[in-house]
Design a protein around this ligand. Structure first.
Ligand code: SF4
Length: 320
């Protein structure tokens, strides 16, 4: 780890760590991790998981150490084995492939992602062209797109919307982990282009994404710099960095306390701290401890919402 500035100084500096709340694990991530843990406990290793169960390097390493085997595609899973689908969901083609292979599937798709899939089926069923607002190549969007590939077009930006050439009824869906403000601009552009545009009954951007973005914005109002705990491939963690930067504050994505660069926090009086929905609260505590090496730390909490969301487990792992 980098050597903390302030160690060896004659008088330790005072600094405030302003923690965003809510932060770290969401209900969908907790559920997905619990599913793999329960399978490891009950049936022992190996437990095959298609893709990273959630986008966090520490979660993945921790489960790997206990016997989870993460694979990219189903052809890496032996015939007849159990395979867990990650929290980001899969396309129907992957489900069919698993069935054809005789694999026992335990589905850890977050129920809020499953809701978007159900909407895609409904919109496609009534003959709409679906505009999916999301990030190309992200597992969640790829899975949603797979519900109706011939009827779905993905857009990322307002410019993508301007380039669309679509006739007939149009509806839109969103990836659950988008930046709320950016997505709103894209949807506004869609509404301008397609006055009869229909959307989901309730927001696709999930409660956890929305709350964490609101919280980091609230922290940005008073922080000199913000540290976001999360992995690079975690869409909602990266969005927290984007939201903080758009609020005018320097922000850095770190996998853990070891990744703190002393230069980032050297001159800060108030350091904001948060974590993406796939990052463990333990990692946040570790970062807080590391920051104590930089001076006398006062810890404050900026809470914008309370979360008490909990999702039930799938029948395959539920206790009887
Ligand atoms: S970020 Fe939202 S959609 Fe994704 S797993 Fe968490 S609750 Fe579910």
């Amino acid at each position: 780890m980098a050597v903390p500035i302030g160690v060896g100084d004659s008088a330790p500096r005072s600094l405030t760590v302003l923690q965003a709340s809510p932060r770290a694990f969401c209900a969908g991530v907790e559920r997905a991790i619990e599913i793999v843990e329960l399978l490891l406990e009950r049936q022992g290793a190996p437990v095959f998981v298609r893709k990273q169960i959630v986008h966090n390097v520490h979660v993945v390493r921790g489960l790997e150490a206990r016997g989870a085997v993460f694979v990219e595609e189903l052809d890496e899973v032996p015939d007849g084995a159990t395979v867990v689908f990650s929290a980001h969901g899969v396309s129907p083609a992957v489900r069919r492939d698993a069935e054809r292979r005789g694999l026992r599937v335990v589905d850890a798709t977050c129920p809020l992602v499953a809701k978007v899939h159900a909407e895609a089926r409904r919109f496609a069923g009534r003959g709409d062209t679906i505009i999916l607002v999301g990030h190309r190549g992200h597992e969640e969007s790829e899975g949603t797109l797979g519900e109706a590939p011939e009827q779905t077009i993905m857009v990322e930006t307002v410019e993508d919307v301007q380039r669309l050439s679509v006739s007939g009824p149009v509806s839109y869906l969103m990836q659950t982990t988008l930046a709320v403000d950016e997505a709103a601009a894209v949807v506004d552009a869609l509404k301008a282009r397609f006055p009869d545009l229909r959307g989901p009954d309730s927001d696709d951007i999930c409660y956890a994404t929305t709350n964490r973005q609101n919280a980091v914005r609230a922290v940005a109002a008073d922080a000199d710099v913000i540290l976001v705990v999360g992995s690079r491939n975690s869409s909602n963690s990266v969005r927290l960095v984007d939201v903080a930067r758009r609020a005018g504050v320097k922000a850095y994505l770190i996998d853990d306390a070891d990744a703190i660069d002393p230069l980032w926090v050297r001159d800060a009086k108030v350091i904001g701290l948060t974590a993406g929905a796939s990052a463990s609260p333990v990692l946040v505590s570790d970062v807080l401890e590391a920051l104590r090496g930089y001076g006398d730390v006062k810890v404050l909490e900026r809470e914008v919402a309370k979360e008490d969301v909990h999702f039930g487990l799938p029948s395959e792992v539920r206790s009887r």
